[in-house]
Design a protein around this ligand. Sequence first.
Ligand code: DSN
Length: 421
Amino acid sequence: MDCYKRIRKEDKDIYRAVVGEEKRQAEGLELIPSENYVSRAVKEAMASSLTNKYSEGYPGKRYYGGQEFTDQAETLAIERAKKLFKAKYANVQPLGGANANIAMYFALLEPGDTVLGMDLSHGGHLTHGHPVTYLAKIFNFHQYKMKDVETGEIDYGAMRRTAKEIKPKIVLAGFSAYPRELDYKKFVSIAREVGAVSVMDIAHIAGLIAGKAAKNPFDDGFDIMTTTTHKTLRGPRGGMILVRESEELAKKIDKAVFPGFQGGPHMHQIAAKAVAFGEALRPSFKRYAKQIIANTHAMEKVFKKNKARMITGGSDNHLILLDVWTSFRISGGEAEKLLDRAGITLNKNAIADDTRKPMDPSGIRFGTPAMTTRGFTAKEAARVAEIMIEVLTKRDDVTVNRAKREMKKLALAHPIPESFA
Ligand code: DSN
């Protein structure tokens, strides 16, 4: 089916960019742990006429007329999200994960208020208080870290002491480069002790939670979860905020998202979120989530066997952070480029308290959500890890080109599926 016939005829330049990217995705191996492939149904919703509609407000309470179908789409997205994550309230309008976090801060804080979040180099996220963000000019962020980089254990003792001292309004858990499961009960107890709202940013592991392959932080009492919808959850690019049970918090969140921070919601994306949530509610999604972790463990085993240094010693989730500087005497930036030439896409990443610069740090970060969507089993995931080690060790053109051929063959043997029905 030629789904690009109009664009091919009317805008050749963009057509080339679109099909070029499709080819790259089909033939290469995607290991960036925050990326995935959506179904055709999700793409159809994103490309639908819902994009034409302005729908400021919420279902049943909009500022413009003509909302019978947008209300249907948004209500379905909300109801499915609530069911997936055991939430009493869901706001599906945030345009992305950063937007969800920003709206959450403005819902809960006054300028100058304090947040306790995870240090970026220990796995956190820019929006959790990094000084380069405007958020850090408005709110007062303090960071906690791991106690032991080799096991990933968070320094809960230090966190509790800091919390008592700085009295944060939010205790924030969650990460973009941390391979272990957090002790949610400890976060919640620290937050309750100091009267803070407990928030978990589940962007990276939302699909694992939805597929019941990881614990649901709401089960341990977290008040709020923010997320993206396009990582392990395998939906369209976007964000979402979930509230476990407090109506008061849910009202504040709704007001902060709109009118506080955003304008008209992107209804085509919201419809696509509903489609993806519907897919995640199917039993097959549980199998997918479980396989993501099985594939990570298969890769982890190969790195362990080869004595490569993984930050936290391994992984409980979908991602691995490899200290390539210590293990292979190559920088993260060079490793990213080298593996890219071998048909493996991943990203350079800082490791805890990295002594190298962020643009060329000591680590690389990669994961299994996208390859698992393609149907890779543990055997194939292990093979990818072996190839990575060979390329990082030898680095010559013959090895790189051989790896590229093998990776392309492996990718083409596992075409990106159109449907997860
Ligand atoms: N860019 C996302 C990631 O790769 O983890 C987080 O913002």
